[in-house]
Design a protein around this ligand. Structure first.
Ligand code: NAD
Length: 474
């Protein structure tokens, strides 16, 4: 099949590369000329495990190309995917200006081609962006406004994407389900043909109406964000009653009605999807005069959770006054919003950096993949506190001479560090032991105490440090 993907970011690029890997001819379009040039030159613009092999093969075998010219991509396409940003707009509602702007462009192009006698044929236009209920109808209207006919020249389908950054290629190649929202049998058939090779193991292609498909994506993200937030609240209560959230997690995760996934307590959720999608769903509810109370609580709890580790650093290390961390240096391991990605949008690590530098601390940060994206973010939106942010080449360099270490992202390489090396690098805290604040519960409190650290984690009992240098954390 001939495919155009409009928007070549985390979703568009992965989709385009994976469709090409399945034998389709794919042209990816982006307005960012630098991005297109880089991709044309064979340089990937995002870090995503497994993407490079398919990307190289697609380009080499001529099935994958990149352009800034929408018409060039759309003319031959059977299916046009919109993988455009839908950032939070006014009051948290999804801002549809990118999606509707391209829909308008598409309508104009299709109409001009038709008027010129050289019609480009029937197109299926697919909303892959996460968009509020009613958007498929608005995209249809924006295209139709140019005098082309739904059903004859085009149909619009809602096909929300469920990939997870960090395992996006695997998720795209073997989706647990494909959701297709359309009232058109013709468009549904095209989508079935396109996706059947991806679900050979029997996972379903669920065809439904557009509104239900659009709602499915928000319901999925809101459910996941709620699950994490619920566990964060259980962890906060565990802290107060002396229970261990890890044991509680195992205790409830074995219940098949609950399941073991998404039960890890930590420093709150972030990323480019959960925060904005929960906000957008909350906003949709408000517009319909429905008070979606759980979502309100999820947003409020998550906001507090993302800052709470900074309060613990102040408690353990700070002085009185407005800048309790003045003169202190905090090492931070992890900047990406989760491991195996360079995406730092709404990353809890960034919230902590803002908070710690506002409180006076200097932060020395390390991440295996997300230093450049972090640098770009803080250039765009500078820190406004007195503390400074520096970057380290290696994790151990960040720790040397620091007064505390904060683990903000659970990259595998942080799971088994040389703890002797970490202890030697860190200064001792006020209680005579080096301080580690583990926002992802990657270490065992007992082992950290044995290794001589004053160790703080989320929802697990504190164990006093017991001398130095006994083995690794585990
Ligand atoms: P992104 O910001 O990484 O990519 C969007 C791309 O669109 C950018 O490269 C931008 O330059 C380009 N663009 C903007 N206007 C354009 C235009 N007029 N023409 C062509 N290109 C244009 O965003 P993303 O993370 O890929 O997300 C895209 C959508 O998919 C969002 O709605 C998001 O909620 C949804 N989604 C994202 C994920 C994820 O994990 N990132 C997962 C599922 C769904």
């Amino acid at each position: 099949m001939q495919i155009a993907v409009v928007g070549t970011g985390y979703v568009g690029l992965v989709s385009g590369v994976c469709f090409a890997e399945m034998g389709n001819d794919v042209t990816c379009v982006d307005i960012d000329a630098g991005k297109v040039e880089s991709l044309r030159d064979g340089r990937l613009t995002i870090y995503e495990p497994g993407l490079e092999v398919y990307f190289d093969r697609g380009r080499r075998e001529g099935r994958l190309s990149f352009t800034t010219d929408l018409a060039e991509a759309v003319r031959p396409a059977d299916v046009v995917f919109l993988a455009l940003p839908t950032p939070p707009g006014e009051g948290g509602a999804a801002d549809l200006k990118y999606v509707l702007g391209v829909a308008d462009d598409l309508g104009r192009l299709l109409s001009e081609a038709k008027a010129g006698g050289d019609g480009w044929g029937y197109k299926v236009v697919v909303d892959k962006s996460t968009v509020p209920v009613g958007t498929a109808a608005r995209v249809t209207a924006a295209i139709e406004a140019h005098g082309v006919a739904e059903g004859e020249d085009f149909d619009v389908v809602s096909n929300p994407e469920f990939l997870r950054e960090g395992v996006a290629v695997e998720d795209f190649m073997k989706p647990e389900r494909v959701v297709v929202g359309t009232g058109s049998e013709r468009a549904a058939d095209v989508m079935r043909r396109l996706y059947e090779p991806f679900v050979r193991s029997g996972n379903p292609i669920l065809v439904m109406d557009e509104a239900s498909a659009e709602m499915t994506k928000y319901a999925a993200n809101a459910m996941l964000a709620t699950k994490i937030t619920f566990m964060n609240e259980i962890a906060n209560l565990c802290d107060r009653v002396g229970a261990d959230v890890d044991k509680v997690r195992r205790g409830i995760g074995t219940d098949s009605r609950i399941g073991p996934k998404f039960l890890y307590a930590g420093i709150g959720f972030g990323g480019s999807c959960f925060p904005k999608d929960v906000q957008a769903l909350h906003r949709t509810a408000r517009e319909k005069d429905y008070d979606f109370q759980i979502l309100d609580a999820v947003l409020r709890v998550n906001d507090v959770q993302r800052r709470a580790m900074a309060d613990r650093v102040v408690e353990a290390l700070g002085t009185d006054g407005d800048r309790p961390l003045d003169g202190k240096t905090v090492a931070m391991w992890g900047l990406a919003f989760k491991p195996h990605t360079d995406d730092v949008r709404e990353a809890p690590a960034h919230v902590l950096i803002r908070e710690l530098t506002r409180l006076g601390a200097d932060v020395v940060a390390f991440d295996p993949e997300a230093v450049e994206t972090t640098r770009a973010t803080f250039e765009r939106e500078p820190l406004d506190g007195p503390g400074a942010l520096r970057y380290a080449e290696r994790g151990y360099d960040a720790v040397d001479g620091a007064d505390a270490l904060v683990i903000a992202t659970e990259w595998p390489e942080f799971r088994r560090p040389d703890l002797d090396r970490v202890r030697e690098g860190l200064n001792d805290g006020p209680n005579g032991a080096p301080l580690v604040f583990d926002g992802r519960n990657v270490y065992e409190p007992e082992r950290m105490a044995e290794a001589g650290f004053e160790y703080h984690s989320v929802g697990r009992p504190h164990v006093a440090p017991r001398g130095a240098g006994i083995g690794d954390a585990g």
